[in-house]
Design a protein around this ligand. Structure first.
Ligand code: IPD
Ligand code: CA
Ligand code: CA
Length: 259
Protein backbone atom coordinates (compact mmCIF):
# COMPACT_ATOMS: atom_id res chain seq x y z
CA UNK A 1 0.00 0.00 0.00
CA UNK A 2 1.35 3.45 -0.85
CA UNK A 3 1.04 6.50 1.38
CA UNK A 4 -1.09 8.15 -1.33
CA UNK A 5 -3.58 5.27 -1.13
CA UNK A 6 -3.67 5.53 2.66
CA UNK A 7 -4.23 9.30 2.49
CA UNK A 8 -7.13 8.81 0.07
CA UNK A 9 -8.78 6.23 2.38
CA UNK A 10 -8.37 8.48 5.45
CA UNK A 11 -9.83 11.50 3.61
CA UNK A 12 -12.81 9.40 2.51
CA UNK A 13 -13.33 8.12 6.08
CA UNK A 14 -13.26 11.68 7.42
CA UNK A 15 -16.18 12.62 5.14
CA UNK A 16 -18.36 10.70 7.59
CA UNK A 17 -17.57 13.41 10.15
CA UNK A 18 -19.67 15.88 8.09
CA UNK A 19 -22.81 13.99 9.17
CA UNK A 20 -24.50 16.24 11.75
CA UNK A 21 -27.08 13.94 13.37
CA UNK A 22 -24.84 11.47 15.19
CA UNK A 23 -25.73 9.72 18.43
CA UNK A 24 -23.69 10.03 21.61
CA UNK A 25 -23.27 7.14 24.01
CA UNK A 26 -21.47 7.07 27.36
CA UNK A 27 -18.83 4.33 27.57
CA UNK A 28 -18.00 5.16 31.19
CA UNK A 29 -19.59 8.34 32.54
CA UNK A 30 -19.66 11.82 30.99
CA UNK A 31 -15.92 11.92 30.24
CA UNK A 32 -15.70 8.73 28.20
CA UNK A 33 -18.10 8.92 25.28
CA UNK A 34 -18.38 7.46 21.81
CA UNK A 35 -20.47 8.79 18.92
CA UNK A 36 -22.04 6.80 16.12
CA UNK A 37 -19.58 8.64 13.85
CA UNK A 38 -16.55 7.20 15.71
CA UNK A 39 -17.95 3.72 15.05
CA UNK A 40 -18.82 4.47 11.40
CA UNK A 41 -15.36 5.91 10.66
CA UNK A 42 -13.67 2.91 12.26
CA UNK A 43 -15.83 0.39 10.38
CA UNK A 44 -15.08 2.12 7.09
CA UNK A 45 -11.34 2.22 7.77
CA UNK A 46 -11.15 -1.44 8.83
CA UNK A 47 -13.04 -2.59 5.79
CA UNK A 48 -11.07 -0.51 3.28
CA UNK A 49 -7.69 -1.23 4.84
CA UNK A 50 -8.25 -4.98 5.04
CA UNK A 51 -9.23 -4.97 1.35
CA UNK A 52 -6.20 -2.86 0.41
CA UNK A 53 -3.67 -4.85 2.49
CA UNK A 54 -5.02 -8.28 3.49
CA UNK A 55 -3.62 -10.17 6.47
CA UNK A 56 -2.96 -7.27 8.85
CA UNK A 57 -4.03 -7.06 12.50
CA UNK A 58 -6.08 -4.17 13.87
CA UNK A 59 -5.69 -2.25 17.11
CA UNK A 60 -8.58 0.20 17.21
CA UNK A 61 -10.28 2.18 19.95
CA UNK A 62 -13.90 1.19 19.40
CA UNK A 63 -15.61 -2.17 19.57
CA UNK A 64 -12.75 -4.32 20.83
CA UNK A 65 -10.73 -4.57 17.62
CA UNK A 66 -7.51 -5.65 19.33
CA UNK A 67 -5.53 -8.19 17.34
CA UNK A 68 -1.78 -7.56 17.41
CA UNK A 69 -0.63 -11.07 16.53
CA UNK A 70 0.29 -10.16 12.93
CA UNK A 71 3.55 -8.89 11.43
CA UNK A 72 1.67 -5.74 10.30
CA UNK A 73 -0.96 -4.01 12.46
CA UNK A 74 -3.13 -1.00 11.73
CA UNK A 75 -3.34 1.21 14.84
CA UNK A 76 -6.45 3.36 14.51
CA UNK A 77 -8.19 6.07 16.46
CA UNK A 78 -11.26 6.82 14.29
CA UNK A 79 -11.71 10.19 16.00
CA UNK A 80 -9.12 11.53 18.41
CA UNK A 81 -10.82 14.38 20.26
CA UNK A 82 -14.31 12.87 20.40
CA UNK A 83 -15.43 15.30 23.13
CA UNK A 84 -14.47 18.22 20.84
CA UNK A 85 -16.18 16.57 17.86
CA UNK A 86 -19.39 15.95 19.80
CA UNK A 87 -19.53 19.62 20.83
CA UNK A 88 -18.68 21.09 17.42
CA UNK A 89 -15.12 22.10 18.23
CA UNK A 90 -12.53 21.70 15.51
CA UNK A 91 -9.61 19.97 17.27
CA UNK A 92 -10.40 16.41 16.28
CA UNK A 93 -8.75 14.09 13.80
CA UNK A 94 -8.68 10.67 12.20
CA UNK A 95 -5.48 8.75 13.08
CA UNK A 96 -4.18 5.73 11.19
CA UNK A 97 -0.75 4.19 11.63
CA UNK A 98 0.76 1.02 10.18
CA UNK A 99 2.99 -0.87 12.59
CA UNK A 100 5.56 -3.41 11.34
CA UNK A 101 6.77 -5.63 14.22
CA UNK A 102 7.56 -3.05 16.94
CA UNK A 103 7.97 0.06 14.76
CA UNK A 104 5.53 2.47 13.15
CA UNK A 105 6.17 2.55 9.40
CA UNK A 106 3.47 4.79 7.91
CA UNK A 107 1.07 7.30 9.44
CA UNK A 108 -1.69 9.73 8.56
CA UNK A 109 -3.41 12.19 10.93
CA UNK A 110 -6.16 14.30 9.37
CA UNK A 111 -8.04 17.23 10.95
CA UNK A 112 -10.98 17.68 8.58
CA UNK A 113 -12.31 20.97 10.00
CA UNK A 114 -8.95 22.69 9.50
CA UNK A 115 -8.16 20.63 6.40
CA UNK A 116 -4.74 19.82 7.82
CA UNK A 117 -3.36 16.45 6.78
CA UNK A 118 -0.14 15.22 8.38
CA UNK A 119 1.66 12.19 7.03
CA UNK A 120 4.94 10.33 7.41
CA UNK A 121 6.73 7.21 6.29
CA UNK A 122 9.74 5.90 8.21
CA UNK A 123 12.91 7.52 6.86
CA UNK A 124 11.08 9.80 4.44
CA UNK A 125 10.28 12.86 6.56
CA UNK A 126 7.01 14.34 7.80
CA UNK A 127 4.58 16.55 5.88
CA UNK A 128 1.62 18.86 6.44
CA UNK A 129 -0.61 19.14 3.39
CA UNK A 130 2.28 17.86 1.28
CA UNK A 131 4.91 20.34 2.53
CA UNK A 132 7.82 19.14 4.72
CA UNK A 133 7.56 20.02 8.43
CA UNK A 134 10.12 20.25 11.21
CA UNK A 135 10.09 20.82 14.95
CA UNK A 136 11.03 24.28 16.28
CA UNK A 137 14.36 25.00 17.95
CA UNK A 138 12.89 26.91 20.90
CA UNK A 139 14.55 26.32 24.29
CA UNK A 140 12.58 24.91 27.24
CA UNK A 141 12.05 28.37 28.73
CA UNK A 142 10.27 29.52 25.56
CA UNK A 143 8.31 26.30 25.02
CA UNK A 144 4.57 25.77 24.87
CA UNK A 145 3.62 22.58 26.70
CA UNK A 146 0.58 20.71 25.42
CA UNK A 147 -0.83 18.58 28.17
CA UNK A 148 -3.99 17.34 29.85
CA UNK A 149 -5.27 16.14 33.16
CA UNK A 150 -6.10 12.41 32.96
CA UNK A 151 -9.76 12.62 32.00
CA UNK A 152 -10.39 8.86 32.24
CA UNK A 153 -8.20 8.34 35.34
CA UNK A 154 -8.95 11.13 37.77
CA UNK A 155 -7.11 9.20 40.49
CA UNK A 156 -3.90 10.52 38.85
CA UNK A 157 -5.11 14.14 38.70
CA UNK A 158 -3.09 15.29 41.73
CA UNK A 159 0.27 13.96 40.55
CA UNK A 160 -0.40 15.32 37.04
CA UNK A 161 -1.24 18.75 38.47
CA UNK A 162 2.08 18.82 40.33
CA UNK A 163 4.00 17.87 37.18
CA UNK A 164 2.14 20.38 35.02
CA UNK A 165 2.55 23.19 37.58
CA UNK A 166 6.30 22.63 37.84
CA UNK A 167 6.70 22.42 34.05
CA UNK A 168 4.61 25.59 33.66
CA UNK A 169 7.00 27.48 35.94
CA UNK A 170 9.97 26.43 33.78
CA UNK A 171 8.45 26.88 30.30
CA UNK A 172 6.56 29.67 28.49
CA UNK A 173 2.92 28.53 28.71
CA UNK A 174 0.46 25.64 28.51
CA UNK A 175 -2.10 24.49 25.94
CA UNK A 176 -4.85 21.85 26.11
CA UNK A 177 -6.52 21.19 22.76
CA UNK A 178 -8.31 17.94 23.69
CA UNK A 179 -6.71 15.74 21.04
CA UNK A 180 -3.38 14.09 21.79
CA UNK A 181 -2.65 13.31 18.13
CA UNK A 182 -3.34 16.92 17.10
CA UNK A 183 -1.00 18.17 19.81
CA UNK A 184 1.81 15.80 18.75
CA UNK A 185 1.41 16.95 15.12
CA UNK A 186 1.49 20.60 16.25
CA UNK A 187 4.75 19.77 18.02
CA UNK A 188 6.02 18.19 14.79
CA UNK A 189 5.43 21.40 12.83
CA UNK A 190 6.82 23.77 15.47
CA UNK A 191 3.60 25.23 16.91
CA UNK A 192 4.52 23.90 20.37
CA UNK A 193 7.58 22.23 21.87
CA UNK A 194 6.60 19.90 24.72
CA UNK A 195 3.99 17.26 25.40
CA UNK A 196 3.04 15.37 28.54
CA UNK A 197 0.17 13.05 29.26
CA UNK A 198 0.12 10.58 32.16
CA UNK A 199 -1.75 7.75 30.47
CA UNK A 200 -2.69 7.34 26.80
CA UNK A 201 -3.85 4.38 24.73
CA UNK A 202 -1.71 3.24 21.78
CA UNK A 203 -4.18 4.59 19.19
CA UNK A 204 -3.86 8.09 20.74
CA UNK A 205 -0.14 8.36 20.04
CA UNK A 206 1.04 5.69 17.53
CA UNK A 207 0.37 7.46 14.21
CA UNK A 208 1.32 10.93 15.44
CA UNK A 209 4.54 9.66 17.07
CA UNK A 210 5.97 8.63 13.68
CA UNK A 211 5.03 12.04 12.26
CA UNK A 212 6.81 13.72 15.18
CA UNK A 213 9.93 11.54 14.93
CA UNK A 214 10.17 12.10 11.20
CA UNK A 215 9.92 15.85 11.86
CA UNK A 216 12.95 15.66 14.17
CA UNK A 217 11.13 15.34 17.50
CA UNK A 218 11.66 12.81 20.29
CA UNK A 219 9.27 10.79 22.45
CA UNK A 220 9.41 8.37 25.34
CA UNK A 221 7.22 6.93 28.03
CA UNK A 222 7.36 8.34 31.57
CA UNK A 223 10.41 6.24 32.48
CA UNK A 224 12.39 7.57 29.50
CA UNK A 225 12.22 4.30 27.56
CA UNK A 226 10.82 3.88 24.04
CA UNK A 227 7.07 3.81 23.47
CA UNK A 228 5.31 0.47 23.02
CA UNK A 229 2.66 0.79 20.29
CA UNK A 230 0.54 -2.07 21.66
CA UNK A 231 0.10 -0.89 25.26
CA UNK A 232 -1.20 2.10 27.16
CA UNK A 233 1.46 4.33 28.67
CA UNK A 234 2.37 7.83 29.64
CA UNK A 235 3.84 9.94 26.83
CA UNK A 236 6.52 12.62 26.95
CA UNK A 237 7.58 14.40 23.78
CA UNK A 238 9.75 17.34 22.85
CA UNK A 239 11.36 19.18 19.97
CA UNK A 240 14.82 17.92 21.02
CA UNK A 241 16.54 15.48 23.38
CA UNK A 242 17.66 18.20 25.80
CA UNK A 243 14.11 19.48 26.35
CA UNK A 244 12.79 15.91 26.69
CA UNK A 245 15.40 15.29 29.40
CA UNK A 246 14.29 18.39 31.33
CA UNK A 247 10.63 17.34 31.07
CA UNK A 248 11.48 13.82 32.16
CA UNK A 249 13.34 15.13 35.22
CA UNK A 250 10.19 17.00 36.32
CA UNK A 251 8.06 13.87 35.85
CA UNK A 252 10.57 11.70 37.68
CA UNK A 253 10.67 14.07 40.64
CA UNK A 254 6.92 13.69 41.15
CA UNK A 255 6.56 9.99 40.34
CA UNK A 256 9.52 8.50 42.21
CA UNK A 257 8.46 7.40 45.70
CA UNK A 258 10.25 9.38 48.43
CA UNK A 259 12.65 7.32 50.55
C1 IPD B 1 -8.46 11.58 24.08
C2 IPD B 1 -7.79 12.82 23.56
C3 IPD B 1 -7.42 13.74 24.70
C4 IPD B 1 -6.55 13.06 25.73
C5 IPD B 1 -7.21 11.78 26.20
C6 IPD B 1 -7.52 10.88 25.02
P1 IPD B 1 -10.34 10.45 22.51
O1 IPD B 1 -8.80 10.70 23.01
O2 IPD B 1 -6.63 12.50 22.83
O3 IPD B 1 -6.68 14.84 24.26
O4 IPD B 1 -6.34 13.93 26.81
O5 IPD B 1 -6.31 11.13 27.08
O6 IPD B 1 -8.08 9.69 25.46
O7 IPD B 1 -11.04 9.80 23.66
O8 IPD B 1 -10.89 11.77 22.16
O9 IPD B 1 -10.12 9.53 21.37
CA1 CA C 1 -7.84 9.22 21.29
CA1 CA D 1 -11.11 8.20 19.89
Amino acid sequence: MTIEELIAIVREAAQKMQQKNFEIEQKDGYANIVTSTDVAVQEFLCQRLSEALPGCGFLCEEEDQWDTSHEYTWVIDPIDGTANFSRGMDHCCVCVGLKHLDKMEMAVVYLPWNDELFHAERGKGAYRNGAPIHVSDRPFANSLLCTALPVYHKEYADVCSQIILEAFKQCNDLRRFGSAATELCYLAMGRCELYFEYLLSPWDFSAASLILEEAGGVLSNLTATPLDYTHSSGVLAANNAENLKQLHAIVQKHTTPKA
